[in-house]
Design a binder for this molecule. Structure first.
Ligand SMILES: Cc1[nH+]cc(COP(=O)(O)O)c(/C=N/[C@@H](CC(=O)O)C(=O)O)c1O
Length: 401
């Protein structure tokens, strides 16, 4: 008797499944505004110049393919923590950060979730409502129970700050609060500095543990330091915390699967022990991480010229998306006679616009206009060109009729 006959078909992934549907569409007008992957004005994938320069250097140097240590490339782990916290940060100087190179943001989040499951078996994760489409699955598969805190307020198309604080306050003490470091996905709405202070207050009061997901550092505002504001505020406030990092978007290393999990501990000795337990979890999971992306990051950040050029390219990418936001806003405002306020398109930051469109509307956008977006109404502006903004505006307005 066949053992696999009983296996049922898995549902398509809410985000990557949209790309699959897009690829299957043969219509020339098709537009992929689903996955958060940067495209140029010509709607082509973009390999940063600094990446090409770093790879040229690496090829000339001729490097081997030996296994990395379980924790990853040491040079990468050093620069990734310095980028995040600032090289002069006391947690770096005092050796209190345990950093493990992870399989990009997803793998780093998953390794951290496995750590939470093993060492804090009674703890819950608190995640924003809505949040990135993969967070729930990561915690489910790591068997970490989770509940949601209010985040998006459809009435104001803004942050439900009071609801967020109330839900974090109501959760059991010692919960892990998953926070988007910058460019909240999918809403594009970030707390203000004053709100971050109050969020830190309630987390401190409840002995919760902050767990930051930083997938867009430098990509949201164009500044690496500005986008690390929330993480550095919590470090300054003395929290032990976790931070997952990804270089998929800001360095365009999507398929290289390069990221890290950083755990800020109260002592360097605790950091050493935490790192040893993260390694113990990583070894049976994937043994050790891929070297290519780690070398690219270490080379780019390690060379002052390449590092500066990278910053310029991040500003370019962030700038192109800001221009697209502006053009889309103008097209929507000019064309829509309903009097609807579209200013949220300008206020949201990062790659996405959280449009508030319902599932039926996004289905209509796909069926009639061949525009692909996630069912929660998120559109990736990184996949939009200035020349296609009018087409998108027409489609969005049409979806209301
Ligand atoms: C908030 C957030 N965290 C982590 C990741 C993981 O990225 P990684 O490539 O594993 O480092 C992504 C990716 N987001 C986009 C792509 C995806 O869904 O995988 C997206 O939201 O479209 C995030 O948006």
């Amino acid at each position: 008797v066949s053992r696999f006959e009983g296996v049922t078909m898995a549902p398509p992934d809410p985000i990557l499944g949209v790309s699959e549907a897009f690829r299957a569409d043969t219509n020339d007008l098709k537009l992929n505004l689903g996955v958060g992957a940067y495209r140029t004005e010509e709607l082509q994938p973009y390999v940063l110049n600094v990446v090409k320069k770093a790879e040229k250097l690496m090829l000339e140097r001729g490097e081997n393919k030996e296994y990395l240590p379980i924790e990853g490339l040491a040079a990468f782990n050093k620069v990734t923590a310095e980028l995040l916290f600032g090289a002069d940060n006391s947690v770096i100087q005092e050796g209190r950060v345990a950093t493990i190179q992870g399989l990009s943001g997803t793998g780093s989040l998953r390794l951290a979730a496995a750590f939470i499951h093993r060492y804090f078996p009674d703890a819950k994760a608190l995640i924003s409502s809505p949040t990135w489409g993969n967070h729930k699955n990561i915690f489910n598969d790591a068997r970490v129970p989770w509940s949601e805190y209010r985040y998006y307020d459809p009435r104001t198309v803004g942050l439900d700050f009071d609801g967020m604080v109330a839900d974090i306050k109501a959760a059991p003490d010692g919960s892990f609060v998953l926070l988007h470091g910058c460019a909240h996905n999918p809403t594009g709405i970030d707390p203000t500095p004053e709100q971050w202070e109050k969020i830190a207050d309630v987390i401190q009061e409840k002995n919760h543990i902050p767990f930051f997901d930083v997938a867009y550092q430098g990509f949201a505002s164009g500044s690496l330091d500005a986008d690390a504001y929330s993480v550095r505020l919590f470090v300054r406030r003395g929290f032990e915390l976790l931070v997952a990092q990804s270089y998929s978007k800001n360095l365009g290393l999507y398929a290289e699967r390069i990221g890290a999990i950083n755990v800020v501990c109260s002592s360097s000795d605790a950091g050493t022990r935490v790192k040893s337990q993260l390694k113990r979890l990583a070894r049976p999971m994937y043994s050790n991480p891929p070297v290519h992306g780690a070398r690219i990051v270490a080379n780019v950040v390690g060379d002052p010229n390449l590092f500066n050029e990278w910053k310029q390219e991040m500003e370019l990418m962030a700038g192109r998306i800001k221009n697209v936001r502006q053009r889309l806003y103008e097209n929507l405002s000019e064309k829509d006679k309903s009097g609807k306020d579209w200013s949220f398109v300008l206020k949201q930051i990062g790659m996405f616009s959280y449009t508030g469109l319902h599932k039926a509307q996004s289905d209509h956008m796909t069926d009639k206009w061949h525009i692909y977006m996630t069912k929660d109404g998120r559109i990736s502006l990184a996949g939009l060109s200035l020349s296609k903004c009018e087409y998108l505006a027409d489609a969005i307005i049409d979806s209301f009729h």
